[in-house]
Ligand binder design. Structure first.
Ligand code: SF4
Length: 174
């Protein structure tokens, strides 16, 4: 059902840790990746959480004040890419920036039409599974060094991975 989204929790607002500025966060339910050391194991069950209509989510977004963007997290947002396209379009109309976290890589996402369409609305994708052995608390906006903070529009336009300026990656560490 493309008009319903399975969420792990209610739409959050005022986050300052899931991307730049003050953002709302959509915690999607369901993840196939099962990364060892995952901080959100309660989001893995595909039949867990609760279902909420796309219209309800969009109505809540429109009532929010002072948000500069939305971050799709989870769980694995791209499992519900088709429904999330509607949310992404609404976020664009609010002139918000769009970030998403995914255990899939950018290259894997490109192989699936629905996922590719959702990707095309994003400003930033933080991609790849969380790897405990590459965990580093000094990293900003990502959990492990293998993950990439990707500038999506530039990467799609140039047909290669362009890292965002937010990816201070492995260089700017103490
Ligand atoms: S992709 Fe994210 S939510 Fe899924 S298991 Fe890995 S860290 Fe957890």
């Amino acid at each position: 059902m493309d008009n319903m989204i399975r969420l792990a929790s209610a739409l959050q607002q005022d986050s300052i840790v899931d991307g730049p500025g003050m953002r709302c966060v959509l915690w999607t339910q369901g993840c196939p990746h099962h990364c060892p050391g995952c901080h959100n194991p309660q989001t893995h069950a595909l039949d867990g959480g609760m279902t909420v209509s796309v219209d309800e989510i969009i109505a809540q977004m429109k009532n929010m004040k002072l948000q500069s963007g939305i971050t799709f997290s989870g769980g694995e947002p791209f499992l519900q890419a088709k429904a999330l396209v509607h949310v992404a379009k609404a976020a664009k109309q609010l002139h918000w920036t769009l970030w998403a976290y995914s255990g899939f890589t950018f290259e894997e996402i490109l192989e699936h039409e629905d996922m590719r369409e959702f990707l095309s609305y994003l400003d930033i994708l933080v991609d790849g599974k969380f790897r405990e052995e590459e965990k580093d608390y000094r990293l900003r906006f990502k959990g492990s060094r293998n993950q990439r903070i990707i500038d999506v529009p530039s990467s799609l336009a140039q047909h290669k991975i362009i890292l965002s300026a937010y990816d201070d990656g492995n260089q700017n560490l103490d």
